[in-house]
Design a protein around this ligand. Structure first.
Ligand code: ADP
Ligand code: MG
Length: 541
């Protein structure tokens, strides 16, 4: 039976760009297809632990790549989990399950940007095959016994067909019929050269025309001295399916309280900022090089979902089910150790190169703020990573809470901040002047959530965090020169104002916090600040 299906509209759009834009780094399609093969076999390895009935159960877990210059084809075969008919439609016909999701989302947001550049930033997963091939066949049989022998075929234009086949081994065999200008990818030496960059990160044998090209080695188990920056970056891209550069990396071994080998990265790009919704956790959990769970939910706190990499512990039992593992005390301990190390590492890096950190922070601050609000255990360590503009920084420059505390004036007991939409709103308003006059620094916060985040934090190094519009701040005598009103006059002025504003204010009183402005509004004790009210309103509360 032959069935023809239309690609989903978003896929068509992606394919159109993949096929027509002149992208220079076309060779990445090999990495994409090899990483899919590797993913499918990692999944197979896990499936075999729990399922008794597996089609073609003895097929070797390896990747075989064959070149044929005469026919101008390149074939990449694996014995992974394969796909059923429904999975072919879902995985290769829609964007929902594809690495090109970010690309499609960015296309929507980017308008008419340079498309080739976009591919470079995001990659397009399986569809990258169409950069070099004008016809792609996927021969497959699912690991499920009841699966069918199938061939998926497409020229990458608008549709694909699925035909019945016979005698497929378990897994996928992908045949690329190369375009004339991509003939190089049918040459063994060219393909070998490409594979050499990362095939050692693949935890299965990779064979090229019958010869083994890789020695399976887990980069995270090696000592740091023998690893170049380039290898780290290649590994990051391979393991995280990423296309950007890592911004920070942490590679460490620990023996106690538990044996850990970890290699972690933070990206440069924040994928959530492309309107793709929440990222999934993406630090793979391994036991002695064997992947146990590619996306463990409870290993790291949810706010750390932007972190990429690998955590390997030989103390983990290999045959434990994923469900019970997520709740195990061992996993919790692993996570705790790693989180502490990572936060400390970021803090150190931030102090060593503030400019680089600022750049990183400007993309990822949301996660740290989420961490303050949700991760009680690590709150103090996360707080050290926050940065704010202030009355003592230049516009665009920031200060950390630690530095704020270090330069607090003698006699200053609290940390002051104001939340408003912009620096100029704050500086032209009536609040900060009195603090400035005392030489007290005021942190400037520009996001609605800041108010909430800061009130969850409450204190930093034992100092209270106080909004400048809190009523109970005592700045002592204002240094303002000039005549004060006589007490009787002041009282009758207050009464007069109160009468006119009636229910809009609770009290009207004189105070010593005014420099250059005649009056200001404070938030009564126990009341929500205007920013907080706005945020609740935005959240529909
Ligand atoms: P991603 O790998 O990020 O999910 P891709 O576009 O590379 O996105 O692949 C889309 C989907 O197609 C995969 O998620 C997987 O379900 C399926 N797939 C691709 N290649 C294979 C393969 N060799 N074996 C089994 N499934 C595959
Ligand atoms: Mg992929």
């Amino acid at each position: 039976m032959s069935q023809t299906h239309e690609f989903q509209a978003e896929v068509k759009q992606v394919l159109d760009i993949v096929i027509h834009s002149l992208y220079t780094d076309r060779e990445i399609f090999i990495r994409e297809l090899v990483s899919n093969a590797s993913d499918a076999m990692e999944k197979m390895r896990l499936t075999q632990l729990t399922e008794k009935e597996v089609f073609d159960d003895t097929a070797a877990l390896e990747i075989s790549i064959t070149t044929d210059e005469a026919a101008r084809t390149l074939t990449i075969a694996d014995h992974g989990i394969g796909m059923t008919r429904a999975e072919l439609v879902e995985n290769l016909g829609t964007i929902a399950h594809s690495g090109s999701k970010a690309f499609a989302a960015a296309l929507k947001n980017a308008g008419k940007q340079n498309d080739a550049q976009l591919i470079g930033q995001f990659g397009v997963g399986f569809y990258s095959a169409f950069m070099v091939a004008d016809k792609v066949e996927v021969h497959t049989h699912s690991w499920r016994k009841e699966g069918e022998h199938l061939i998926w075929t497409s020229d990458g234009s608008t549709s694909y067909t699925i035909d019945d086949s016979s005698d497929q081994a378990r897994g996928c065999k992908i045949v690329l019929h190369l375009k004339e200008d991509a003939a190089e990818f049918a040459q063994k030496h060219r393909v070998k050269q490409i594979l050499e960059k990362y095939s050692n990160f693949v935890s299965f044998p990779v064979m090229l025309d019958g010869e083994r090209v890789n020695t399976v080695e887990a980069l995270w188990l090696k000592s740091k001295d023998g690893i170049t920056d380039e290898q780290y970056t290649e590994f990051y891209r391979f393991a995280a399916h990423a296309f950007d550069e890592p911004s920070y990396r942490l590679h460490f071994q620990a023996e106690s309280p538990i044996v850990i080998n970890a290699l972690l990265f933070t990206p440069t790009q924040n994928m959530e900022s492309f309107g793709m919704g929440q990222m999934e956790p993406n630090v793979g959990l391994y036991c002695k090089k064997v992947l146990i769970d590619p996306k463990p939910k409870k290993l790291l706190p949810e706010w750390m979902r932007f972190v990429r990499g690998v955590i390997d512990s030989e103390d983990l039992p290999l045959n434990i089910s994923r469900e019970s593992m997520q709740d195990s005390a061992l996993v919790k301990k692993l996570g705790d150790v790693v989180v502490k190390r990572l936060l400390k590492h970021l803090d150190k890096e931030a102090v060593e190169d503030p400019k680089k950190y600022n750049e990183f922070y400007s993309n990822f601050s949301r996660f740290f703020k989420e961490g303050i609000a949700t991760d009680y255990t690590n709150r103090d360590a996360i707080a050290k990573l926050l940065r704010f503009e202030s009355s003592m920084t230049e516009p665009g420059e920031t200060v950390s809470l630690s530095d704020y505390v270090k330069r607090m004036k003698e006699g200053q007991k609290e940390i002051y901040y104001q939340v408003a939409t912009s620096r100029s709103t704050i500086e032209s308003g009536p609040y900060v002047a009195a603090f400035k006059a005392k030489g007290y620094e005021v942190l400037y916060m520009f996001e609605h959530i800041d108010e909430y985040v800061i009130s969850s934090l409450n204190k930093f190094e034992d100092k209270d965090l106080k909004s400048v519009n809190a009523p109970d701040i005592d700045l002592g005598d204002s240094s303002e020169e000039g005549e004060a009103l006589a007490e009787a006059d002041a009282t009758s002025l207050c009464d007069w104002i109160k009468e006119h504003l009636s229910t809009q204010v609770e009290t009207v009183r004189t105070g010593k916090r005014l420099v250059g402005s005649p009056a200001l509004v404070l938030t009564p004790e126990g009341e929500m600040s205007p920013q907080m009210r706005q945020m609740m309103k935005a959240m529909g509360k």
